[in-house]
Ligand binder design. Structure first.
Ligand SMILES: NC(=O)c1ccc[n+]([C@@H]2O[C@H](COP(=O)([O-])OP(=O)(O)OC[C@H]3O[C@@H](n4cnc5c(N)ncnc54)[C@H](OP(=O)(O)O)[C@@H]3O)[C@@H](O)[C@H]2O)c1
Length: 299
């Protein structure tokens, strides 16, 4: 008897923190066939290569984790940043047009850059400051303009045991230093890459189970862990949990100038994604503990 065809998913940018997280959790889905492409296997700057990869297979979902994420360096490399975060995303969406493929793409809290004292809804007027933020917004706009079903997830402060991120930096500095200064006037919540990737898989399952869910799929949502914290709060929690003696001092962002402006208010409303997909989002505190456990087990 013929075996039912496996659902196929292509993950682009598989060498990054989110890409590696998808590879890690793919083992939990034996009924799904994942193909992973890191930058050396598929550089999304090469349109013809994207075309060849996506059209040589029968992917149902394309998960685009590839991005230019060096927010400060972007200020001096705007062309490359826009080419990866905007033009290449346009090409991916265009290549998918007219096929059965669906796109999952990640954007950023940086596109909002506004303060209103409330969790930012997806309908908040974007006011991106700087090259990275503007390139991420343009990437979203290109994707929405293409007629391809696309789930766009705006995340904030991604952390994981992979790649470069704040938690890994704190782990290293907490061991090396007696004292640290960390900004306490930027508010938001971390996004544990594993929670985000699991949420994506849950959305895929729900969309596959009920075709009428495609309207909910083809939408832009915020996603981050629950809670509101500053980077200072996260770093003190890390030192405490790992029993490091390093003392963390709060400082204002003005004492830590960077080429790209950081949004001071990255508190995202997740109501829309929670309602539409019946998702429960873990609290940052619990997910940070899980991330630290993974990191310390790896060492
Ligand atoms: N990190 C955060 O705090 C954060 C917050 C909100 C939203 N996001 C968004 O979430 C998504 C995933 O972020 P992440 O933290 O996983 O980023 P990441 O760790 O920097 O991963 C991005 C990956 O894309 C690869 N890449 C860069 N240019 C490419 C190209 N031309 N072709 C193919 N691959 C390319 C990078 O390779 P190289 O490193 O070799 O260049 C890297 O492996 C991105 O869309 C990002 O904008 C991230």
């Amino acid at each position: 008897m013929d075996q039912p065809e496996l659902l196929k998913i292509a993950v682009l940018g598989a060498g990054g923190q989110l890409g590696q997280t998808f590879r890690q959790i793919s083992k939990l889905y034996p009924d799904i066939a994942f193909d992973f492409f890191d930058k050396s296997e598929l550089n999304i700057l090469h349109k013809e290569d994207i075309h060849n990869v996506l059209n040589s297979n029968t992917y149902r979902y394309v998960v685009n984790c590839a991005a230019y994420t060096h927010v400060d360096k972007a200020e001096s490399e705007p062309d490359l940043c826009f080419a990866i975060n905007a033009t290449a995303c346009k090409h991916i969406a265009e290549i998918m047009q007219g096929t059965e493929m669906r796109l999952i793409h990640f954007s950023s809290d940086y596109i909002y850059h506004t303060y209103n004292g409330f969790p930012l809804k997806e309908s908040t007027n974007p006011e991106p400051q700087g090259v990275y933020a503007s390139s991420k917004l343009l990437g979203e706009q290109y994707i929405r303009a293409a007629s391809v079903p696309a789930l766009i997830l705006r995340a904030s402060w991604i952390v994981s045991p992979f790649g470069h991120n704040f938690v890994k930096t704190m782990l290293r500095l907490g061991k090396e230093k007696d004292q640290l200064h960390v900004v306490n006037d930027q508010y938001g919540a971390p996004t544990y890459a594993r929670d985000l990737a699991m949420a994506v898989m849950s959305i895929i399952r729900k969309t596959e189970a009920n075709p009428t869910n495609l309207t909910s799929f083809n939408t832009t949502y915020n996603y981050a862990n629950e809670g509101i914290v500053s980077w200072f709060d996260i770093s003190t929690r890390i030192m405490k949990e790992l029993q490091f003696s390093c003392i963390v001092h709060p400082i204002s962002s003005s004492g830590y100038p960077t080429p790209a402006q950081r949004p001071k208010w990255s508190v995202l409303s997740k109501q829309s994604i929670k309602n539409n997909f019946n998702l429960e989002i873990p609290h940052w505190y619990r997910s940070l503990t899980q991330c630290l456990q993974e990191l310390t087990e790896k060492q």
